[in-house]
Design a protein around this ligand. Structure first.
Ligand code: UDX
Length: 450
């Protein structure tokens, strides 16, 4: 068992802490947000993440998971310290805001009374590990016989909604450090998750930092490549879903992350990491063209989808029309709405004079907080209630409850059966047979049978 401190109780910090405790370690989670810490102490989970609430409850009951705002005590008590605080993109810039990471580094530096292994889990630009190590060791004067703190990069590859599973059954654990003692300790803390095979990959710290942004950029590139193909498929009457199956069965390509759609990728990681890679390359005087294109395609595809919604109505006039919107989060199984397609879609409909009636199983309240209770938006607790007297339905996530439609109910509720499917969930021909005007991306359109 290792005594571990985790700074930051967001998605990454909480999942990391809860999974380490479940594997037999002792974890202290630290945050500056007192209200959040009080809720966590009571066993309450502040985010929607499958299996996390039970892990937290079990951890607190066992006495091996604790929550505190007392950073100094946590630093003194633990040799292993994870930094998992937020690194949001700075407003009006492409750069990540690293102030929280540096603040934790200073806290460790000020309170440590022995040498620490500090593990950087927050996504940061390449080279940040060097800066953190510099802050941590800033009081050491040359020649002074004092402890030295080591910084390890250990990026997370957790998908929201499946984060516990991804942590406990990782494809790989990337450890960026050349320090032998740090490597030994990292192996020890991750060994419970390596029972089937050793999937720990040791590398230098910059390589690990780069691995994280490149992994997410590669996945985002696949999605953008598929999105870029959708107008071509539409032009030639091809179906991108068939193309996806055709190429995904090539074992060199594989099936994952090839789903195109009008509700293009969002979340806290893909947009941020691709932008971060572009920023580092440009700062270094390199051409990031290929990666810039990934973001541009993502934006253009979303706009093309919104264009299809508007253009359905005569002269693009959506004034007075009621649009039902299903799915507010950036993907199902989470309440995270960061960079979700819902913002662009809903904002445009409202700006053009339409109204919206929205549903999301988990993200309604968070979306309401972000977007506000503005005029023209109605928040519903039932997905079908949104469709009453609606002129169209827009689907924005591939949540399980959107994959089969109660068409009879929709026909009765809606003014006309018009569906814009941002995730290509349904069969266009089948939908037309049901009398639906069904529009998605990169698939043929069939006139609705009356
Ligand atoms: C991602 C990475 O998968 C994870 O490894 C990393 O550490 C954090 O970022 P996450 O942001 O939780 O995880 O979401 P993910 O499931 O990867 O989806 C990202 C976005 O891409 C979502 O908006 C999703 O709807 C979209 N997506 C995904 C597609 O549009 N098409 C696909 O084929 C797959």
């Amino acid at each position: 068992m290792e005594k571990i401190a985790v700074f930051g109780t967001g998605y990454v910090g909480l999942v990391t802490g809860a999974c380490f405790v479940n594997a037999g370690h002792n974890v202290t989670c630290v945050d500056i947000d007192e209200t959040k810490i009080e809720r966590l102490k009571k066993g309450e989970c502040p985010i929607v993440e499958k299996d996390l609430p039970v892990r937290i409850e079990k951890g607190v009951q066992s006495g091996n998971l604790s929550f505190t705002t007392n950073a100094s005590l946590a630093v003194k008590n633990c040799k292993v310290i994870f930094i998992a605080v937020g690194t949001p993109t700075k407003k009006g810039s492409e750069e990540a805001d690293l102030s929280a990471v540096f603040a934790v580094a200073r806290t460790i530096q000020e309170n440590a009374d022995s040498s620490k292994i500090v593990i950087q889990k927050s996504t940061v630009p390449v080279g940040t590990g060097d800066e953190v190590e510099e802050i941590l060791n800033s009081q050491i004067k040359s020649g002074e016989d004092r402890f030295f703190h080591v910084v390890v990069s250990n990026p997370e590859f957790l998908k929201e909604g499946r984060a516990i599973h991804d942590f406990e059954y990782p494809d790989r654990v990337v450890i960026g450090t050349n320090d032998k003692e740090a490597q030994r300790v990292m192996r020890k803390i991750y060994v419970p998750f390596m029972r089937t095979s050793d999937r720990m990959i040791f590398m230098s710290r910059p390589s690990a930092e780069l691995t994280k942004v490149v992994a997410n950029t590669m996945l985002a590139m696949r999605i953008s490549a598929m999105n870029a193909i959708t107008p071509l498929a539409e032009k030639f009457g091809a179906d991108v879903t068939e193309v996806r199956r055709g190429i995904g069965t090539d074992s060199r390509i594989g099936t994952a992350f090839l789903f195109p759609g009008g509700a293009t990728f969002g979340g806290s990681c893909f947009p941020k990491d691709v932008r971060a890679l572009i920023a580092i390359m440009e700062e270094s005087g390199m051409d990031a063209g290929i990666f810039k294109e990934v973001m541009e395609i993502n934006h253009e595809q979303r706009m093309r989808f919104i264009g299809k919604i508007l253009n359905y109505f005569e002269k693009g006039d959506i004034t007075g029309k009621k649009i039902a919107v299903w799915g507010l989060s950036f993907k199902p199984g989470t309440d995270d709405v960061r960079e979700a397609a819902s913002f662009d879609v809903i904002r445009t409909i409202l700006e053009k004079g339409g109204t919206v009636s929205v549903f999301d199983e988990h993200a309604k309240e968070i979306f309401r907080n972000e977007f506000g209770n503005v005029k023209g938006i109605e928040y519903c607790d039932d997905q079908y209630v949104t469709t009453k007297d609606a002129d169209a339905l827009v689907i924005l996530t591939d949540a399980m409850e959107f994959r089969l439609l109660d068409l009879e109910r929709l026909k009765k509720a809606m003014n006309k059966l018009v569906i814009f499917d941002g995730k290509n969930l349904h069969d266009p021909e089948e939908m037309s047979k049901e009398g639906a005007h069904y529009i998605c991306m990169g698939r043929p359109f069939f006139n609705p049978k009356s």
